[in-house]
Design a protein around this ligand. Structure first.
Ligand code: UPG
Ligand code: MN
Length: 806
């Protein structure tokens, strides 16, 4: 309630003219948006382009937004796609602003099934929509044709180069039959070599070995609104009343060299943190994966409300739920993850705050820098019951607040010297050698403060209007400095990835990064908006999904075996929050028990021995108690968070599927890393742009790709099926059939099987085609296990339930 009031006021409060801010420029703090991409094959440039467009069109003061794309692939394709995107944005963004569209991702907008004329009153809308749609289609084709055009261009240049080299060789009097070696370069459109990765993968130009690249695709905008012109031959739409400025847009590909650990996504994000500190230094940072677009253009303002409202100075980040497009209606593999996003995360919001889940999260820059919150609480005693309030940044009582704001911002950090963190602020040991980076830190801290009147008395806020100043234009020296901080040795002997920025050492860098902040006493906020703030894609193919879960679980095991295990949390972390983080690091290990539980019913059917000797009252009461608890849990989760029973059941099913396949594999992988130091790679999840099969949106669901992860669930399934068959035959031919006993045993087997049902469906593919290898492997394993069982307890030693073949 309080928040929505504040939101309504945000324009009035920060964006209307007043004494301090006569021009009515925006007084909101700046926000840098980071998008990560790593491979144009698995992450189609069109998907990334759409994400970028949704960011450029966000409803936030244009001059306060800067968008950075990190390309870990160093690929010219991504670079040129971004250039195309920047030029299409000149049409798309004013169009969105003029007609107030949602979502501002063109692919999602034009793909909407609902009536696009609803609530539209402007007469020129239909005409302009048609024109923009056409333009978008052409844009799409241009993006699609980029790989081919880059290849052709490069071939042409390379042939030319070769001819030249040959000519030169002839002139020098060389042997014309001798072949000259000219490296097969990848060429940019201006006729120069692309500094990033080449198709031929030459030294100094391959994945993991190329220079750092920074290119501002859209320069920082003017401080004042710029209005467009009427529609004519050149301009598709009439923008006379529309601000046509675009936010700054920068392409960044960090330097990569062999022999360096680039630390996957965390390393890419840290490179962006530094570059952006020098180029725009927004005190807040929004982080998005390349496939997660802004679906609600007010999302940034929503998040900012928490940060700028009373008490907001204790918040390190605002996390939004992940929502997904393109998931099969029955959500076979629980891709929506509703239990996690609508139950667990919301529950955590009542403690110290939700975990960071890697995308859709607005950070406070200083929290990323590893600073402590201004004040926090320590929890002592049993279960952290005894609370001690800490003030980590006491203002100097003697200084008057008024003259404070007139001071240059750089002198400001002297006031915070109670905090040991701030003292080491300028130490290159922590942040590296860049002086501009060091100088930008106190500025970001100051700009991220609350307004003075919102601060509790005695604390320092920033005066209203202090951020309504135009930004300095970008010069060559700044860009050069920005390139220097993305070199791969910049982080040597610094604390990047250890205490500062995204934390290294786990493929789920997100959880660790959030954990470190909570550990310092920060709070986070979970912001669920009526209209989804961000939407992304998720793998609906069984194999891809299992690999995704495998990566998450492996990351958790890595966390478990590191100093980030929640057992070692500080007193600033609430007790229950600590339990939640501990669970997050430990859950893959529970799969060991799960595996046992899944084969137990089969074993008891095979051996004729039930888990208990006889079905007595105690057992039944316990069983009833467990069943009722399970039901109550389901009801609680469903009633409290508004998810459906279907979501809940899917979650249970996938928990078992993951728990018997990906989780044990993760435990093994994690142990290998701990014991043998085997590095764990980050397997990207592929994001299909448009389905190959145009008639079928969910074709991916039916693609069967073999993976070793499938062995244990298949074995469990077959074991249980055989066990049921064995049990039934045995009872049928027994002289004293004990049907009730059979039903009891079969029930548990059936319970396991019903959990694995989606998995079985996934193996069947569309037309029931299963790769032969599946049968071979599972057959082999079941035979081995059956033989083992026969060997250990040959049938016939039990005197009841004997086989009696007539
Ligand atoms: O070396 C790398 C590897 C990955 N990425 C980016 O990381 C993001 C996430 O990768 P994805 O394959 O989509 O993983 P998901 O499982 O979908 O992602 C979730 O889980 C990850 C942790 O395992 C988090 O990093 C993500 O933000 C979170 O959305 C993508 O934008 C990638 O481009 C890089 O930039 N560099
Ligand atoms: Mn993803």
């Amino acid at each position: 309630m309080k928040k929505s009031l504040f939101k309504a006021n945000s324009r009035e409060r920060f964006e209307s003219p007043n004494l301090r801010n006569p021009k009515g420029r925006s007084d909101l703090p700046g926000t840098d948006v980071f998008v990560s991409t790593a491979d144009p094959e698995k992450e189609p440039p069109l998907v990334t382009a759409n994400t970028i467009l949704s960011i450029l069109a966000v409803d936030f003061p244009v001059e306060k937004v800067a968008c950075y794309l990190s390309d870990d692939g160093g690929s010219l394709l991504t670079f040129e796609a971004l250039a195309e995107t920047a030029s299409f944005a000149r049409i798309w963004v004013p169009f969105c602003r003029k007609h107030n569209l949602e979502p501002r991702n063109p692919e999602a907008y034009f793909g909407q099934k609902r009536d696009f004329l609803k609530n539209k009153v402007r007469l020129d809308f239909v005409r302009e929509r048609r024109r923009v749609k056409r333009e978008y289609d052409e844009f799409k084709v241009r993006i699609n044709s980029l790989p081919e055009s880059i290849r052709r261009r490069s071939d042409a240049y390379n042939t030319h180069e070769e001819l030249r080299a040959r000519k030169k060789q002839m002139e020098m009097g060389g042997n014309p039959s001798e072949t000259v070696k000219v490296p097969k370069a990848t060429w940019m459109s201006d006729g120069s070599h692309w500094p990033g990765t080449w198709a031929s993968g030459e030294a100094d130009h391959s994945r993991g070995d190329h220079a750092g690249i920074i290119q501002a695709m859209l320069a920082p905008p003017n401080a004042e609104p710029v209005f467009g012109v009427e529609a004519d031959g050149e301009n598709l739409i009439d923008t006379t009343e529309i601000d046509i400025r675009l936010p700054m847009l920068v392409y960044v590909s960090r330097e990569k060299r062999p022999g360096y650990d680039h630390n996957k996504k965390a390393g890419a994000m840290n490179a962006l943190v530094r570059t952006s500190a020098i180029m725009s230094n927004g005190p807040f940072i929004l982080n998005l994966d390349c496939d997660h677009y802004i679906s609600n253009s007010l999302a940034l303002r929503e998040g900012m409300c928490f940060m700028l409202d009373r008490g907001g100075d204790r918040i390190c980040y605002v996390q939004f739920p992940q929502r997904f497009d393109g998931i099969d209606p029955s959500d076979r593999y629980a891709n929506h993850n509703t239990i996690f996003f609508d139950v667990s995360m919301r529950a955590l919001d009542g403690l110290q705050g939700p975990m960071y889940v890697g995308t859709g999260c607005i950070f406070r820059r200083t929290a990323l820098y590893g600073f402590s919150p201004p004040r926090t609480t320590e929890h002592h005693g049993w279960f952290g019951r005894k609370k001690i309030k800490l003030f980590l940044r006491k203002p100097r009582a003697t200084k008057k607040q008024e003259d404070e704001m007139a001071l240059p911002i750089n002198g400001d950090h002297n006031n915070d010297d109670d905090d040991a963190d701030i003292e080491s602020l300028l130490l290159p040991k922590r942040f590296g050698n860049s002086t501009s980076l060091a100088a930008s830190i106190p500025v970001a801290e100051y700009q991220g403060r609350l307004l003075q009147d919102l601060q509790e008395t005695g604390k320092q806020g920033r005066p209203a209007g202090s951020l309504a100043v135009p930004r300095e234009p970008l010069d060559a020296a700044t860009v050069a400095e920005a390139i220097s901080v993305i070199s791969c040795f910049y982080e040597d002997k610094t604390e990047w990835g250890k205490r500062v920025g995204w934390i290294y050492g786990s493929v789920t860098e997100d959880v660790v990064t959030g954990y470190r902040m909570h550990n310092r006493g920060w709070r986070s906020i979970y912001c669920v908006t009526k209209r989804d703030a961000f939407r992304g894609t998720a793998p609906i193919n069984l194999t891809d999904r299992l690999h995704q879960v495998l990566r998450w679980a492996t990351g958790s095991v890595e966390i478990f075996f590191s100093r980030n295990n929640a057992l070692f949390a500080t007193r600033r972390m609430k007790f229950l929050q600590r339990v939640a983080y501990f669970n997050c690091g430990m859950y893959p290990f529970t799969s060991m028990f799960l595996l046992v539980y899944c084969v137990l019913p089969a074993i008891s059917l095979f051996s004729g021995q039930f888990i208990v000797q006889s079905l007595n009252v105690t057992f039944l009461v316990l069983l009833l108690a467990i069943t009722i608890t399970l039901c109550l849990l389901a009801i609680l989760e469903i009633k409290w968070s508004g998810i459906t029973l279907h979501d809940w059941w899917r979650n249970e099913q996938f928990w078992l599927i993951g728990g018997t396949s990906a989780h044990p594999a993760a435990v093994l992988q994690g142990l290998l890393k701990v014991i043998a130091g085997v590095d764990i790679s980050f397997t990207l999840t592929s994001k299909s742009a448009t389905p190959e099969d145009a008639d079928d949106e969910f074709a991916d669901l039916y693609v069967v790709k073999w993976s070793f992860l499938m062995v244990p669930p298949i074995t469990i399934m077959i074991l249980n099926l055989i066990a049921i068959a064995v049990g039934v035959t045995r009872t049928m031919y027994s002289p004293f059939p004990q049907w009730s006993r059979l039903v009891g045993g079969v029930f548990f087997s059936f319970w396991v099987l019903s959990h694995l049902y989606p998995f079985a469906k996934g193996l069947m593919g569309r037309r029931g085609r299963v790769p032969t290898i599946v049968y071979v492997w599972s057959g082999l394993l079941s035979i081995i296990i059956s033989l083992l069982w026969v060997y250990i307890s040959p049938p016939g030693t039990q005197d009841y339930m004997k086989f009696q073949i007539p």
